[in-house]
Design a protein around this ligand. Structure first.
Ligand SMILES: [Zn+2]
Length: 204
C-alpha cells in the first residue's frame, strides 16, 4: 500500500522533475511545504504561477529580466565596450557574484555541439555578431565552460570575428577553471582571477 495520499504523491513526482532531487528529498520537501509554515504552500504556488509570465529575456543580452532591458544592460556605469559571452543566465549570476567585471554580457542559451545536433544557428550567435557589428565593442571575453563544446564555441566565435574583419579582440577565460568544470560551481576568487587572466584568441 502506498503511504502517501494522491495529491501529495503528485507533488512529490513534480518535485522529482527538478535537477538533483531524488525520491527521498522530494518527499521531504513535499512534507515541509504542506507543513504550512507561514503559508509557504500558498506563497510558493502564487510565485510559481506568476514567475513564468513575468520573466522574459533581455532584448540586448538575453539574460533573464522582468523588463525589456535587464538591470545590467540598463546600468549606465557598466562598460559597453566589453562583452562577456556565457552559455546560460546562471553564468551571469555566477560572474556577477565575483564583483570584478564591469562590462556587459551576452547569453548564448547553449553551446555548439555537433554530437547533439546543435549548430551555430541554434544559439544566439547571430545576435552577438549583430551587437559587434555596431562597432561599440572592443573586446569579447568568451566565458563558456571549459568543456569540448565550450572550447569549440570559443574558437568558432574567434573565427567569426576574424572573418568579419571586426576590430574586436576575442579573449578566453582560462586560469583556475578546470577542464570539465562549470562556472556556476566556481568560487568568487577563482572566477575573478579567471576573468583577469583571460587570454587573447590570437595566442591560441
Ligand atoms: Zn541585458
Amino acid at each position: 500500500m502506498d503511504p502517501y495520499p494522491k495529491p501529495l504523491k503528485d507533488l512529490i513526482s513534480q518535485l522529482r522533475r527538478l535537477p538533483g532531487i531524488g525520491e527521498k528529498t522530494a518527499a521531504r520537501l513535499a512534507l515541509f511545504i504542506i507543513g504550512d509554515r507561514e503559508n509557504l504552500a500558498g506563497d510558493l504556488s502564487r510565485s510559481l504561477s506568476t514567475v513564468k509570465d513575468s520573466i522574459r529575456l533581455c532584448s540586448a543580452c538575453f539574460t533573464l529580466a522582468d523588463a525589456p532591458r535587464c538591470p545590467i544592460c540598463s546600468d549606465p556605469t557598466r562598460d559597453p565596450s566589453i562583452i562577456c559571452v556565457v552559455e546560460e543566465p546562471s553564468d551571469v549570476l555566477a560572474l556577477e557574484s565575483a564583483h570584478s567585471y564591469k562590462g556587459l554580457y551576452h547569453v548564448l542559451h547553449g553551446l555548439i555541439s555537433p554530437i547533439n545536433g546543435i549548430g551555430p544557428e541554434d544559439i544566439r550567435l547571430s545576435e552577438l555578431m549583430e551587437r559587434l557589428s555596431r562597432r561599440e565593442v572592443s573586446e569579447v571575453i568568451v566565458a563558456t565552460n571549459p568543456s569540448v563544446e565550450g572550447e569549440g564555441t570559443f574558437h568558432f566565435i574567434a573565427r567569426l570575428v576574424e572573418d568579419a574583419k571586426l576590430p574586436v579582440k576575442v579573449s578566453r577565460i582560462a586560469s583556475g577553471i578546470p577542464m570539465g568544470g562549470e562556472l556556476k560551481y566556481m568560487d568568487q576568487v577563482t572566477l575573478a582571477s579567471a576573468l583577469r587572466y583571460r587570454r587573447n584568441a590570437k595566442d591560441r
